[in-house]
Unconditional design. Structure first.
Lengths: 138, 144
């Protein structure tokens, strides 16, 4: 497994743990009102579960398992995927901060922008690996 | 395919079926369940189906350092399956009734146990998967 996949998958496991913890707190809060402001955590639960866990795990696994190039670097531009990891996770953290903190800075927009940019880079670096070894054309 | 993977996937299919049936029921004009069933069928699909299939397949496909029988049918993977599914059953049997019996001690107890089981399930899953996420270079270095 390449180092990029190792760290992307480990981060996805960390996000899964956080998403589950928030979800569990919210479930208990539903039955016994813990704190009125607790519902502010609901979007954090969605974002960490969908983007942090499911999407990121799929990205890390795809980078590891998709067909490799027969010439040149096996998995394409390796440094770019480190940037995907950094931009995606920093973007997600900024997005979560945007939900929790009313700021003059457009935190949610910045976070989503970084995540979008990282997904575009990931798509470009993976595009040529969506292929079959048996086909000469694609 | 290890036994625990089969359990995760088959249980996932059951939740997918139940989830899709619930979305269908919620659409019926005679049934007004909207807010009560919404979190139930979303979690049936997202945790019951998607997450369980991811967990099952990753436990099956991710590399193992040793291929002994204990490693393939590991205790942590089985504990993850049973805690998650017990937690889900408790959750789905209590969650729709929370607004109707708010503060009821029996409902609170079931919800708290279910929440702890969800956390335990993820904990056991991470315990199972984390050591299996490694680079080939690390294994080579250890062998030398």
């Amino acid at each position: 497994m390449p180092a990029q996949s190792v760290w992307i998958i480990r981060l996805s496991l960390a996000w899964l743990s956080l998403a589950t913890l928030i979800g569990s707190i919210l479930l208990v809060h539903k039955a016994v009102d813990l704190q009125p402001a607790m519902w502010a955590l609901l979007p954090l639960h969605f974002e960490t579960a969908i983007w942090g866990w499911a999407v990121q795990l799929a990205m890390g696994t795809a980078y590891w398992i998709f067909p490799r190039h027969l010439v040149g670097t096996k998995r394409g531009p390796e440094k770019l995927v480190w940037w995907v990891l950094i931009l995606f996770n920093t973007g997600l953290i900024i997005l979560l901060a945007g939900y929790l903190h009313q700021s003059v800075l457009p935190l949610k927009l910045t976070g989503r922008g970084m995540m979008t940019f990282s997904v575009i880079i990931f798509g470009i670096s993976m595009w040529s690996r969506v292929k079959s070894y048996s086909s000469h054309t694609n | 395919m290890p036994k625990v993977t089969r359990l995760f996937i088959k249980s996932g299919f059951i939740y997918l079926f139940l989830g899709i049936v619930m979305t269908l029921v919620a659409e019926l004009p005679q049934v007004n369940t909207s807010a009560l069933l919404l979190p139930v069928y979303w979690h049936m699909i997202v945790i019951g189906w998607v997450t369980q299939v991811i967990m099952g397949v990753s436990i099956w496909m991710f590399p193992r350092r040793k291929r002994s029988r204990e490693n393939i049918e590991s205790v942590s993977a089985l504990l993850s399956f049973w805690t998650l599914n017990t937690g889900l059953i408790l959750r789905f049997s209590a969650e729709p009734f929370i607004p109707l019996f708010h503060g009821n001690s029996a409902i609170v107890l079931v919800v708290v146990i279910s929440s702890l089981l969800h956390i335990a399930a993820v904990f056991f899953y991470v315990i199972e998967i984390w050591p299996r996420v490694f680079t080939r270079e690390k294994v080579k270095r250890k062998k030398q």
